[in-house]
Structure formats: C-alpha cells, structure tokens
Write a protein that binds this ligand. Structure first.
Ligand code: GLU
Length: 280
C-alpha cells in the first residue's frame, strides 16, 4: 500500500450507514477520511467508490431493513446519494479537500468513448485535490446492465485509471476457507496469487450477508483487478481508521497478480498460490 501511486477504496453500505436507521455513521467516516488525508499527504492518490445511497435513502420509505421494490430503490438512491455526498464533502473539507461526484453505469465503462471521458474527469479531479466519490448510477442502471455491486465497479475503475491497489472494506476480515459464521475454525486466507477452483469454492457461500455483493462478487472484482496487474485487498472496515489497520498488518486477504509472463496452471495452483494465516 505504501508503494502504490493510486488507490481505489470501496466502502460498503453497512460501513457508511446504519442499516437499521438509515443514518450515516459520521464518527466512523471521520476516521476513514483522516486515513485518506494521510495517504494523500504521502503523495499518493485515493479514489473512493461508495455504496450506501439506497440504505440512506430508504429512511424516506419507512421500510428500513426490508427490501424495496426496484423503482423505490432507485428513488431511494436519488435521495440517499445527496445525503451521502454531503457527508463526504463535510468530512473532506475539514482536511482541505474538495469532492467530485461521479455516477457511472456498466455501459459507461464498457463504452470506450465514455470510459475515456470518465478517466480524464477522474485525473482532473485528482489534480485539483477534489477526491472522486463514485457510485453506480442506480437511477438509470437496469438489471441487465448494472454491476449491482460496487466491488466490480471499484475494480473496473482501478483498471480504467491504472490504479495499483483496490481496497474492498467489508464486514469480514477477508476470504475464509469456510464460512466463519458456521465454522469458527475457518482459516483466513492471507494471500491469493491465482483464483483457482479451490479459491472459488471458498467464496461459494455468500459470507457477507448484509451486502449486495458478498464474497462471490469480491472474487470477480479480484479477477478484474489482477488481470489489470493491480493488487486487491479485502479487509474488515467497520472499525475506526480502517486503512491504517491494513497498513499496520491487520487481518486481510491480499490478491497479488502474477508477473505478466506467468500463467495460473495446475503446477502453481491452490496450495502454491494461496497462503493461510495458520502457515508460517
Ligand atoms: N449502489 C448501491 C447504493 O449506493 C449499492 C450497491 C452495493 O451494495 O454494492 O446503495
């Protein structure tokens, strides 16, 4: 993380918002933004991909904690996005940063012309010390063309601007050998170099029960990031100063791309490609 020039940090809904009340978790956000400011001060750049618009906007519908029909979700996103941005802006302003909101869809990133425009806007924002805050444009994205989770959106953004690291802040310490809710003896995988069928099987069950992504989409994001030569890390984000915790060696799973010429083969499969915390 220290050697990265550009980092993409993805914040899940359950971190930024209290899912029961729809309120933004202001004190936690302050600590995250302190981390972000410290990383900028070292000469590195941070792009934030944030969820939470639907969770925050749902309070308008008096149906907190229950699933909303699609059209209400899209409306909740429109309302919640404004509150979300206000909170990010307030927190970043304290550290002398501006913010720039970018709402993207998969079509924006798949289309070369729009992708280049988005990439150039991102570069300009960073030059102006305005931290890019990205979310999927839920009001226009339809089921057929949406990411539906911001894990893959974060990886695609990283690919688009040649970021070096994607950080997915989750409600788990990382990828486990089994569902840690069911089996307390499940082991944390600390490093993955190839996404093998064994690694995929570990993510088979959606461990993160309150997020729209879960481990499956995190692995899809890892594949996108690694193919782009970018590292990715999954770590628990719900504590204060979550980025400092990763830097200080807190529990996490790192996905490290192999050198360009090396292929994932059965010769360097699961056991060679992943390390578990129980191993030296
Ligand atoms: N874009 C959605 C929101 O802002 C969240 C998608 C996700 O959970 O990854 O609420």
């Amino acid at each position: 993380m220290l050697s990265a020039r550009r980092l993409v940090v993805k914040i899940g809904s359950a971190l930024i918002a209290n899912l029961e009340t729809g309120e933004i978790r202001g004190p936690w956000l302050e600590t995250l933004i302190e981390d972000v400011a410290r990383i900028f001060a070292r000469g590195q750049q941070v792009i934030i991909v944030t969820s939470g618009a639907v969770a925050v906007g749902s309070s308008y519908f008096n149906r907190l904690g229950r699933a909303l029909p699609v059209e209400d979700k899209q409306t909740a996103a429109a309302i919640g996005q404004v509150r979300l941005m206000r909170a990010y802006e307030r927190a970043l302003r304290r550290h002398g940063f501006g913010v720039g909101q970018m709402l993207l869809t998969r079509e924006d990133i798949d289309n070369q012309h729009r992708r280049l425009n988005a990439a150039s806007t991102l570069q300009q924002l960073l030059k102006l010390r305005a931290v890019p805050i990205i979310n999927e444009n839920d009001t226009t994205a339809t089921a057929e063309v949406c990411f539906g989770d911001n894990d893959r959106l974060a990886a695609r953004v990283a690919q688009m601007v040649n970021a070096d690291v994607v950080i997915l802040l989750s409600n788990l310490d990382g990828l486990f050998s089994e569902d840690p809710h069911d089996n307390p003896a499940a082991r944390l995988v600390t490093e993955v170099r190839c996404i093998t069928p064994e690694i995929e099987a570990m993510a088979g069950h959606s461990f993160a029960r309150h997020s729209s992504g879960g481990m499956v989409t995190k692995l899809l994001a890892a594949r996108i990031a690694m193919d782009a030569g970018c590292k990715m890390v999954i770590a628990r984000g719900n504590k204060s100063y979550p980025l400092a915790a990763i830097e200080n060696g807190g529990p996490s799973t790192w996905f490290v791309p192999l050198a360009k010429a090396t292929q994932c083969t059965s010769a360097n499969s699961a056991e060679d490609c992943s390390r578990r915390s129980s191993e030296p």
